[in-house]
Write a protein that binds this ligand. Sequence first.
Ligand SMILES: [Mn+2]
Length: 354
Amino acid sequence: MSVLHTADLHLTEKDEKGWAALDELVRLAGQHKISALVISGDLFDHGTEAEKMRGRLRAAIGSGDFQTVILPGNHDHSAYRSGLYFGENVTVINNWQEPALIEDAVIWGLPYEQISGEKLVSRLREMAALMNPDQANYLLFHGELLDAYFSREDMGDEGNLRYMPARLSYFAPLPLQYVLAGHFHSRYASWKLPGGGLFIYPGSPVAVTRRETGVRKANLISAGEVPLEIPLNTNHYEEMVLELDPFSHEDPLEVLDHKLKLTHPLAKILLTVQGLFDGSALGLTEKELVAAIKKRAGERFADEPGLELADVRHILEDDLFRQFKEKLDQTDCPGEQKEKIKEMLISAFRVVKA
Ligand SMILES: [Mn+2]
C-alpha cells in the first residue's frame, strides 16, 4: 500500500501550469507504482468551472492503474455537490462517514465545510467512534493548522477567513496513521500527532502565488516507511539576490549567468540586485548594467527585478578616498575588517557627496 499525497492544484481552464503539474503527479504515481493518488482539497480553483474540466481531468488521471481519492476543499467544494462523475477509479469523499477503502487502508475525509473549531472537535470524536483501531486509518483534511505559525499568504490568496481551523490535539482521539492535509501552500511540513501518527502538508505542487518559492513537493507514503518528500518538475518561484561589490574583480553578469544555470528550468526568478559597483572597472553605467541584467535573464524573471544598486565610481576616483584606501591597504588589519572600513568610508562619502 502506497499513497502519493498532494493538494491545492487550483486547476483552471486557462492555466496550463496546473495541468502540467497534474501530469507530473500522474507520471510519478506510475513510476512509484502507487495504490492511490490522494488530493486533499482545492483540486479546482473554482467550483463553478469543474464541470467544464471534468473530461480533461478524467483523461489525465484515468490513464494510470491507481485509484484517485479527492477531498473537497474551500475553493472547490461546490463542484462536487451535484455528484459529478470523474471515472471508475476516482472517489470523491463527500461524506465524513463514508471512507474509501484502498487495499488494506481506510481513507477517511472531512469534506470542507464552514465550521468552528468546537464543531470540528465533536465531528472528529464522532469519526473516532467509527474507526477500527486495528486498521490503517488515514484522514484527509483541508484547512488551517493553528499550531503552526503561518501567515495568511502561506495559504495562497485567501483573504481573512479561517478555514476549518484545527489543532493537533483535536486529532488525539482518532486511531490514525496520517492526517494527509491540504490548504497550506508554501512548503512541505509535518507534525507528530499527539495520539501517534503524522500530520502532513505537502505544499502546493505548482506555485499559485509568488510566495510559493523553491522546488515543489509531493508526499509519498509507503506502509511502514518514513514519508518521503518527492521533488516535482513543476512551475515555481525562486528568490535570487545578486550582490554587487565595488572591489570585486568578478563580473556580476557572469555571476548571474552562473546562478541562473543552477536554478530549476521551470523556476521563475524573483531577482534583487543590490550593492555598489565600480562602473568604470566594469565599463558600464548603472543604466547599462541594469539593461544587461534584464537581457541576460530575459524570460526567466517572474517580474521586473528589484534594483537597489548604485555606481560609486565617482567616490572610488576621489583623491581623498584613494589616499585613505592606500593607507588602509598598507596596514596589517585583517581583510574582512578592511572591507568593512571601506564600506563605511563609501557610505560616508555618499552622504557627503549627495
Ligand atoms: Mn484551500
